[in-house]
Design a protein around this ligand. Structure first.
Ligand code: DX5
Ligand code: ZN
Length: 215
């Protein structure tokens, strides 16, 4: 069964508590938290004060996706704000290995993400050091976009790279995931599915999560 990580970017920000409680009572495994700086991506979401406010309300693991330039500046603060998994972008780091080591030194799992236009081969060097690779299946910055079908091949390619090198990391996919394509991405090798709009805009989010889990 895939790990389900609902993205609260699509939650109701006027009542985040209600959505966090809904997730507590659902089969969601993680909570996906998208942090954007308005520089790496053309949007700004939320930061430490929001994380700190919702973290004590949540029973789930915080899967934090940093869409920010030079994320190494903030690693300790994300740990303090409750992150368990911290994912940084390959494209946003000056020294990726050092950043990953710093995440580990702060007691978190480290993820590395690549944008749709970034080839999987850039992951070659970092692969043995990561706990998770996050394949972006939309251009990061906004929820509710259309899934880029070529992402399936990228998941397969990363899976093959991991198998060849004996790397036991997770593959997460993020962007445009819903009940219509969850089975395909899992078959391609995805272990964790991020879904925002497909969950929070559905009539019964708890049921959508349960269905996605059993896809
Ligand atoms: C986009 C974010 C995603 C977003 C996914 O930049 O990284 O996590 O919330 O939203 P959906 O599932 O609606 O495409
Ligand atoms: Zn994300």
């Amino acid at each position: 069964m895939p790990i389900i990580s609902p993205s609260i970017l699509s939650a109701n920000f006027a009542n985040l508590q209600a959505d966090i409680e809904m997730l507590n009572n659902s089969e969601a495994d993680w909570v996906h938290v998208d942090v954007m700086d308005g520089v790496f991506v053309p949007n700004i979401s939320f930061g430490f004060p929001v994380l700190k406010a919702i973290q004590p309300l949540s029973k789930k693991i915080f899967d934090v996706h940093l869409m920010i330039i030079n994320p190494e500046r903030y690693i300790e603060r994300f740990k303090a704000a409750g992150a368990s998994i911290l994912t940084v972008h390959y494209e946003a780091c000056q020294d990726l290995k050092k950043t990953v080591d710093q995440i580990h030194a702060n007691g978190m799992k480290a993820g590395v993400s690549i944008n749709p236009e970034t080839p999987v081969t850039v992951l070659n060097d970092i692969l043995p050091s990561v706990d998770m690779i996050l394949i972006m299946s939309v251009h990061p910055g906004f929820g509710g976009q259309k899934f880029i079908p070529e992402s399936i091949d990228k998941v397969k390619a990363v899976k093959a790279m991991m198998q060849k090198r004996g790397v036991n990391a997770l593959i997460e996919i993020d962007g445009g995931i819903g009940l219509q394509n969850a089975a395909d991405v899992v078959a391609a090798g995805a272990d964790a599915l991020v879904a925002g709009a497909a969950i929070f805009a559905s009539e019964n989010p708890t049921e959508t999560i349960a269905k996605m889990k059993r896809i």
